[in-house]
Design a protein around this ligand. Structure first.
Ligand code: AMP
Ligand code: ZN
Length: 115
């Protein structure tokens, strides 16, 4: 657990969140400021600041986050209509919480390119 990290505190249950999924490697919860009807964050249990901080050993974990996103999309009924998984890296790309997380967005049309 990283001191002062909001997502580590959610993982430690010090701060509540609307949980969607929990397993041995990751959790998923509703984004507090949803940008789409489905906006879920998939978060590894281990504190990793961002994609610049992963190594080859983390390949399976990164894949796991995507698989969890696909499972949630299936359960939400948006697998066919379409959804997007997003991993913001660095402030310039919109990362505001420096505990790696994957956004799952769907339930509405999503434009391309993103802003
Ligand atoms: P990013 O900007 O990619 O770092 O994403 C951080 C996301 O965390 C944003 O979409 C926020 O709305 C979301 N967020 C911030 N605080 C909380 C919280 N307490 N519970 C759930 N989501 C949060
Ligand atoms: Zn953390």
């Amino acid at each position: 657990m990283e001191k002062g990290c909001l997502f580590c505190r959610i993982l430690a249950k010090e701060i509540s969140a609307k949980m969607v999924h929990e397993d041995d490697r990751a959790i998923a919860f509703e984004d507090i400021n949803p940008q789409a009807p489905t906006h879920v964050l998939i978060v590894p249990r281990r504190h990793i600041a961002g994609l610049n901080d992963v190594g080859a050993d983390d390949a399976a974990l990164l894949g796991h986050l995507q698989l969890v996103a696909a499972q949630i999309a299936g359960k939400r009924g948006i697998a066919e209509s379409g959804y997007r998984t997003v991993l913001n890296t660095g402030r310039g790309a919109g990362q505001s919480i420096f505990h790696l997380h994957l956004h799952l967005l769907g339930g509405r049309g999503l434009r391309w390119p993103p802003g």
